[in-house]
Write a protein that binds this ligand. Structure first.
Ligand SMILES: Cc1cc2nc3c(=O)[nH]c(=O)nc-3n(C[C@H](O)[C@H](O)[C@H](O)COP(=O)(O)OP(=O)(O)OC[C@H]3O[C@@H](n4cnc5c(N)ncnc54)[C@H](O)[C@@H]3O)c2cc1C
Length: 406
């Protein structure tokens, strides 16, 4: 878990831009050693200090007046005896980013849509749109979707909306998928290694993010568990540059520097942006419901080899198997990026999210307050590590203590 990176980002006016949160998944050498395990850990996004400055209009130059102390936010009550559950999930991480690609597969067409790292909730609608645009034109007959995580479900829904019958084949259904474990913040992070970023991938990423960003906005509300939430970016070091922020510029409303100590946060750099929060358990349940209402079939089964996929009756198959794609289709690049969360009792008065320069993040949801900040590359363990839980509590407790109103 952890994060970021140094490097002050300076906007056109020479002022420091604090809103440079997340970075593209940063070099592990920059990660915060405190929570590093195995090959290293990174925080969900690279956050302020590590990520990069965001050259946002009206933000990069710090043209918005600081509103420090304009309001004091309610504090998260972080304590070990308030933990209601701990979770571990394996993000399907590929250093060069997700795969959306069509190929001939015997007498079928196979369209891959997997490898979303820490961004599957964020990008699902978008990469699924790219995938269906590759597979559906000219196709006739029923369609198969492998996988029932957020990527499989959004793909299946788009297939149905285009008028095709669909069957989902999956070993696990919600709530037993990795997608159910996600924090659910709308922002691409832990998605690629910065030195692997290519113009072609940038283009796919922006196209996917743009569609997903619009699609989630028409799903706002309790039914799908999607809402707007203000995010605060806290750091004692000035932020650097972030490729992801650069690419997402048009999707970060109200991104601005608030100034040291803003909202009662005792940090040198306090930034803000408005973003969406998706509650995965609620969203995935509603999506599965929608698919079934529209006549979609669900077949619970595991595929051990490409030959088993080739034996399916459908002539068009979408591969949305997440981390499972590695073994099933021989992708050696995909690797787990393990994340652990501690969830506290809900605190409805806390209606904001926080990310820090050392990679910690807090999202307040209706089903609990999510405390996160770990990313262990190559770690396949799905067991909760009690020591990591303790560190999460200690670090988030320290963050909460720095919310002090005069
Ligand atoms: C701690 C944590 C926090 C996160 N926070 C966020 C966040 O805030 N925002 C965000 O955008 N993302 C977040 N993510 C990332 C997100 O969870 C993933 O990117 C996303 O779940 C990937 O979705 P998926 O559908 O590809 O995979 P999965 O949800 O893993 O679904 C894969 C599906 O394929 C099936 N499958 C796999 N192999 C086979 C096989 N051989 N045969 C049959 N079926 C198979 C599985 O059973 C399952 O149904 C987080 C992840 C973690 C772990």
């Amino acid at each position: 878990m952890t994060s970021p990176h140094p490097g002050a980002g300076r906007g056109p006016g020479g002022k420091v831009s604090v809103v440079g949160r997340r970075a593209s998944l940063q070099p592990l050498s920059r990660l915060d050693p405190g929570l590093r395990r195995g090959t290293g850990s990174i925080s969900r996004r690279s956050v302020i200090a590590g990520a990069g400055a965001l050259a946002l209009p009206g933000c990069a130059a710090g043209v918005r007046p600081a509103t420090a102390h304009a309001a004091c936010l309610p504090r998260v009550n972080v304590a070990a005896d308030r933990v209601i559950r701990t979770l571990v999930g394996l993000r399907p991480y590929r250093p060069s980013g997700f795969v959306v690609r069509a190929e001939s597969f015997g007498d079928k067409t196979l369209v891959h849509n997997y490898g979303h790292g820490g961004s599957g909730i964020t990008l699902s609608w978008g990469t699924s749109r790219l995938a269906t645009n590759l597979g559906l034109p000219g196709h006739q007959g029923p369609v198969a979707v492998l996988g029932a995580g957020v990527v499989g479900l959004t793909t299946a829904r788009l297939v149905q909306e285009a008028g095709y019958p669909v069957t989902i084949y999956a070993e696990a259904l919600p709530p037993e998928t990795t997608s159910n474990i996600a924090g659910g913040q709308w922002y691409p992070s832990i998605l690629y290694d910065s030195d692997k970023l290519t113009p072609a991938f940038e283009q796919q990423l922006v196209a996917a993010a743009s569609y997903a960003y619009q699609r989630y906005q028409i799903m706002i509300g309790d039914d799908y568990g999607v809402r707007w939430m203000t995010n605060y970016l806290l750091s004692d070091r000035a932020p650097g540059d972030s490729d992801t922020d650069r690419l997402m510029q048009s999707m970060l409303p109200e991104a601005r520097d608030l100034g040291a100590g803003a909202r009662g946060f005792d940090y040198k750099y306090v930034g803000q942006f408005d973003g969406m929060l998706i509650e995965p358990p609620r969203f995935l349940r509603a999506m599965l419901r929608d698919i079934r209402i529209a006549g979609g079939r669900v077949d619970v089964r595991a595929f051990a080899s490409p030959a088993e996929v080739a034996a399916l009756p459908e002539s068009l198959v979408f591969n949305c198997t997440g981390l499972g794609a590695g073994a099933l289709f021989g992708d050696d690049e995909i690797t787990p990026m393990r994340g652990q969360l501690a969830v506290l009792l809900p605190q409805p008065e806390v209606d904001y999210a926080v990310e820090t320069g050392n990679g910690m993040y807090m999202f307040s949801r209706s089903d609990g307050v999510i405390l996160g900040g770990t990313a262990d590359r190559g770690d396949w363990s799905t067991e909760v590590d009690p020591a990591t839980t303790q560190r999460l509590i200690a670090r988030h407790s320290a963050i909460a203590r720095r919310l002090a109103c005069a």
